[in-house]
Design a protein around this ligand. Sequence first.
Ligand code: PLP
Length: 356
Amino acid sequence: MGPEVAAFEAEFAEFLGVRHAFAVASGTAALHLALLSTGIGPGDEVIQPAVNFVAAANMTTLVGAQPVFADIVALAEPTIDPAHVERLLTPRTRALVVMHYGGHLCRMAELAALCRERDLVLIEDAPHALGARYLDPAGRTPHGRHAGALGDVGCFSFFSNKNLATGEGGMIVTDRDDLAERIRLLRSHGMTTLTWDRHQGRAHSYDVVAHGFNYRFDEMRAAIGRVQLEKLPAGNTRREALVREYWRSLAEVPGLILPFHGRPGESAHHIMVAVAPSADERRTIVEHLITQRIQTSLHYPCIPDFTGFAQTGDDRLPLSREFASRTITLPLYPDLPQPALRTVCEEMAAALERVS
Ligand SMILES: Cc1ncc(COP(=O)(O)O)c(C=O)c1O
């Protein structure tokens, strides 16, 4: 929590165009602080996507609130559906968590308007979307605001597979001074001064004014993060070129849905996903790719189908369940060689042909 962390936070805040950025131990820690700093707790309902990494749902439960899962817009647009969010509102709804799947923005104009009308806290679970820009409703020009800077609080992860990676780590950002003060305190045990302040002679003791955590970040990872932040735009540009190449090749494979294909605007292109014609065909493709030593992944299982969330009793969410059973995440990283990408596409086509 010395000068490297301070510099990383300042550079990150400038990059996103926000007033406050706090480096923290992980993206999960950022989400925990987002919920706590906005006062979410027992009795509150937090609407969030069923297709997401489990961290937001876990942290919602941890603060004593109830996660309420909303469906996605479509198989080709696996972000939270504003119309379903509206149907899920109750007098206990206090917050909405959105997740910009794959780096592609949610329908933020509608979602932000809903939050304003209903006085809901808007939290962006934005680890996929570092560098993604908001588009105007017509979807043509960047609005100027980055993903993570569109709600009350934005949360990022620097886990090893992210566009900006430091091993472990995260960042929580906000424009609200009242939340910033709360986050600053909760990140480090609710202490009014930190070791670095005392080392610098700026303080000699401290008080504890809140019940907080050790969610601090450290100098070495901050130094790595600063270099990674400089490399981020070039990495995202390279990811975009690779995704466009995937889209071009896979558009010719019958039966595949390519989420966000051809969508204008600036995405962070965190992952490349294709939706198989059916769950059986997904299995066949994945098994075939394994024989070719091509790794795939799944973003994500539908959260209410996890044992730990079975009590949410959610038996709707048809699109989220369909998506989770059919989606395949393909290899994507800035240094992915073109011939390797072509091989992946050829093997996808070969697997599907074999099924048919
Ligand atoms: C969308 C999303 N939210 C939250 C997290 C949690 O971040 P972390 O692993 O840094 O705790 C991740 C990633 O791992 C993620 O992808």
